[in-house]
Every structure is written in structure tokens, then in C-alpha cells.
Ligand binder design. Structure first.
Ligand code: IMP
Ligand code: MG
Length: 175
């Protein structure tokens, strides 16, 4: 077995999440925000991000949507299925959509279209990682934590066939 190659350490993740929270709090100042996390991948990022948003005079509603874009492997299936919808309405509300990574962009494109139809007052998107080399669909991302190399990465919520989500760091999956 090859040693785990750490791409982003726990410390760098925490520092960057704090900076993202500062930027988001500045942009959204003055009212409530509905944070929409995409499950399963975003659960760790959302948990850290909302705690960094606490105390910044930004009342939050935190909710989740479950989508599936992958089969069990490293390649996206190309289809995005909505498995579980939000439990709150977002019409006229200010929404921050949060996902773990934007890869081809198909997931965010699809989810943004679904949310936009519900007529939120504001819809912004935040991802921890961006893999620009693989973009195939048009989607708008307002906040990016880190740019990722074109490798399959795991940890901090990101999985390989359901595994490795619990790693407190992001690493490159060995070939
Ligand atoms: P997209 O629709 O191709 O942008 O893919 C988005 C989804 O694929 C993300 O929400 C992740 O769940 C998953 N994904 C994309 N790249 C990776 C990766 O390198 N590791 C783990 N999951 C990934
Ligand atoms: Mg995901």
C-alpha cells in the first residue's frame, strides 16, 4: 500500500473555511440566509462553514438536499438524480448553495436550475474545491476554497465509493 498523499491539511482547511465565512458574511450582511448543503459530500464542509459563520450577525437556516451524480466509482454517471428535496421553501429568500467540489459542473448546473425556478431573492454558490480542468457544464460559482488538480480526491466529506469521508484532510486517491 502506498502512503496517503495529503493535498490539503486539516489546518489549511480550517484557515480557508474561516476566510470563506468572512467573505460570505460581508456579502450577505443584513438578513437571514438559507444554507443549502448538497449531501452527501458537503456535510463536513457545511458543518465547519456554518460554525465559522456563527457570531457574524448572519441568522442562518441550514437545510440539505440529497443528489446523486456518481455510480460507485471515479467517473460521474452524467445523470443527476434528486433523491431528497429541501424541507424549507426558498422563494424570496437569500440562498447559499454549498457543495464539496465542482468537477464537470453538471450537478451544480442542475441544482441551480431547480432552485432558481423557486425564485429565491439571491442564489450564490460556494464550493470547497474546484477542478476547472474538467468543466463541461455551465454553472456559476461565487466562492471557491481551493483549486484542485485533475485527480480523484477524498476526505473532508469527499468519498470514494462511500469511503474516506471522515478524513480530516483532503488527499489524492492512489491509482
Ligand atoms: P460534477 O457534477 O461533475 O461537477 O460532480 C460533482 C460531484 O461529483 C461532487 O459533488 C462530488 O460528490 C463528486 N466528485 C467530483 N469529483 C470528485 C473527486 O475528486 N472526489 C470525490 N468526489 C468527487
Ligand atoms: Mg457531492
Amino acid at each position: 500500500m502506498r502512503a496517503t498523499q495529503i493535498l490539503i491539511s486539516d489546518r489549511r482547511l480550517q484557515r480557508r473555511v474561516r476566510r470563506l465565512a468572512e467573505a460570505i458574511a460581508a456579502d450577505f450582511a443584513g438578513g437571514e440566509v438559507v444554507v443549502v448543503g448538497l449531501l452527501n459530500g458537503s456535510f463536513v464542509f457545511v458543518a465547519d462553514l456554518v460554525r465559522q459563520l456563527h457570531g457574524r450577525r448572519l441568522p442562518l437556516i441550514v437545510d440539505f438536499m440529497t443528489v446523486a451524480s456518481y455510480g460507485a466509482g471515479r467517473r460521474p454517471s452524467g445523470r443527476v438524480r434528486l433523491l431528497r428535496d429541501l424541507s424549507v421553501g426558498i422563494r424570496g429568500r437569500r440562498v447559499l448553495l454549498v457543495d464539496d467540489i465542482v468537477d464537470t459542473g453538471r450537478t451544480l448546473q442542475r441544482v441551480q436550475a431547480v432552485l432558481r425556478r423557486r425564485q429565491p431573492a439571491v442564489l450564490k454558490t460556494c464550493v470547497l474545491l474546484d477542478k476547472p480542468a474538467r468543466r463541461a457544464a455551465d454553472c456559476r460559482v461565487d466562492y471557491v476554497g481551493f483549486t484542485s488538480p485533475d485527480e480523484f480526491v477524498t476526505g473532508y466529506g469527499l468519498d470514494y465509493a462511500g469511503r474516506c469521508r471522515e478524513q480530516p484532510f483532503v488527499s489524492v486517491l492512489p491509482q
